[in-house]
Design a protein around this ligand. Structure first.
Ligand SMILES: NC(=O)c1ccc[n+]([C@@H]2O[C@H](COP(=O)([O-])OP(=O)(O)OC[C@H]3O[C@@H](n4cnc5c(N)ncnc54)[C@H](O)[C@@H]3O)[C@@H](O)[C@H]2O)c1
Length: 334
């Protein structure tokens, strides 16, 4: 059995814990969570030891792998300490909220010789896999434009996450759309020009950007536009709005995840999330697939689907986007 530890029992930590429950080859051995009510709930539900301090959890248990599902800006120490204990790591995206941190983390992971997967769950999203297949089969010929937007309702930074001010909308959402672009095209980035606005959230006491938009110049004459906002009204029918379009010289692909085939009209109008919903309690969506595939990597000693260098490169690109937001100039990827 693959022995799993989970650090951070919020939304993602709980999703992974329920996924492991249905995996015949793995079991959760212990969890760590800083919020005492969440810790109590998790330990009662899972029937495993719970720790307020993840250092203590790492000291007192032997794990094969640990999931780091902490807030964006808190991944570094947990990853370095877990790697030093020689445990394989599933690390939620973003790997880190700075390129400097990410480099140190990757160095620590490499030094420890453990496997690590960064949570780019869209690589397991059937819709995105179809898009990649078409690009790989050269159906679009030379890809010259990518338009990607991924927005959240304002509920996410204000009511869902207690820590939005420790991150940015781009650290939280761009990892998906930047990774999709790098993964689908295999191209490197040359430069970026990005813009950020701080109005609504800052006025509500959440000191972070409302929106970040970047024009990204890739090699081979490919250009991408990326935009993420955290201030869409709560009337957004699905909590997120993901659109990803690729234009090549011979065709185009447009992914629109806003409409997941069911429109619900009660006192409010909503699009219930279907991609990723559990089936009779069993998590079977792409986040679950990602975790199950990493469990397979650990037990069969195979390589994770997301290469650590690719994850590090993605952090480099998003870090450059933040540099450009601040400098208001075009910035080269270092
Ligand atoms: N892959 C995806 O599609 C996806 C989707 C959503 C979130 N995420 C990422 O997953 C991570 C977690 O997000 P979430 O939505 O579960 O957030 P969350 O706020 O629901 O969960 C984080 C948990 O960590 C706990 N915590 C904070 N500091 C701690 C510490 N020092 N020790 C132990 N516990 C501590 C918090 O109390 C909280 O319960 C983030 O990095 C986020 O960006 C990924």
């Amino acid at each position: 059995m693959v022995r799993v530890g989970i650090i951070g029992m919020g939304i993602r930590g709980n999703l992974y814990a329920s996924t492991v429950k249905y995996n015949a080859y793995a079991e959760v051995k212990a969890v760590a969570e800083g919020n005492s009510a969440r810790l109590k709930e998790a330990t009662e539900q899972l029937g495993v030891p719970g720790y307020a301090d993840y250092n203590k959890m790492l000291e007192e248990n032997d794990f094969d792998m640990v999931v780091v599902a902490l807030p964006d800006h808190l991944h570094r120490e947990a990853v370095l300490k877990t790697a030093a204990k020689k445990c394989h790591l599933l690390i939620e995206k973003p790997l880190a909220t700075s390129y400097e941190d990410a480099k140190v983390m990757v160095e620590g992971i490499r030094k420890a010789g453990v496997k690590a997967l960064v949570g780019f769950e869209n690589r397991w999203n059937p819709v995105m896999l179809s898009a990649k297949e078409a690009i790989d089969a050269n159906e679009l010929k030379d890809v010259q434009l990518i338009h990607a937007r991924l927005n959240d309702s304002i509920m996410v930074p204000t009511r869902m996450l207690g820590w939005a001010a420790g991150s940015t909308v781009a650290w939280f959402l761009f990892p998906h759309i930047i990774d999709l672009s790098l993964w689908m095209t295999g191209k490197k980035v040359r430069s970026v020009h990005a813009f950020g606005q701080k109005n609504v959230l800052a006025a509500m006491g959440v000191d972070t950007y409302d929106s970040i938009t970047a024009v990204v110049e890739f090699e081979d004459n490919l250009v991408g536009t990326y935009s993420s906002s955290w201030i869409y009204p709560e009337s957004l029918p699905l909590v997120y709005d993901l659109r990803f379009e690729v234009l090549g010289t011979a065709g185009a692909i447009a992914v629109d995840c806003r409409d997941q085939m069911i429109h619900k009209m009660t006192d409010v109008y909503t699009h219930p999330g279907i991609l990723g919903r559990p089936i009779y309690g069993k998590p079977v969506g792409f986040a679950a697939e990602m975790l199950n595939s990493f469990i397979d990597n650990v037990r069969l000693d195979t390589e994770p689907l997301v290469d650590l260098d690719q994850a590090l490169y993605g952090v480099n690109v998003i870090d450059t986007i933040h540099r450009s937001v601040i400098s208001r100039k075009v910035e080269e990827v270092r």
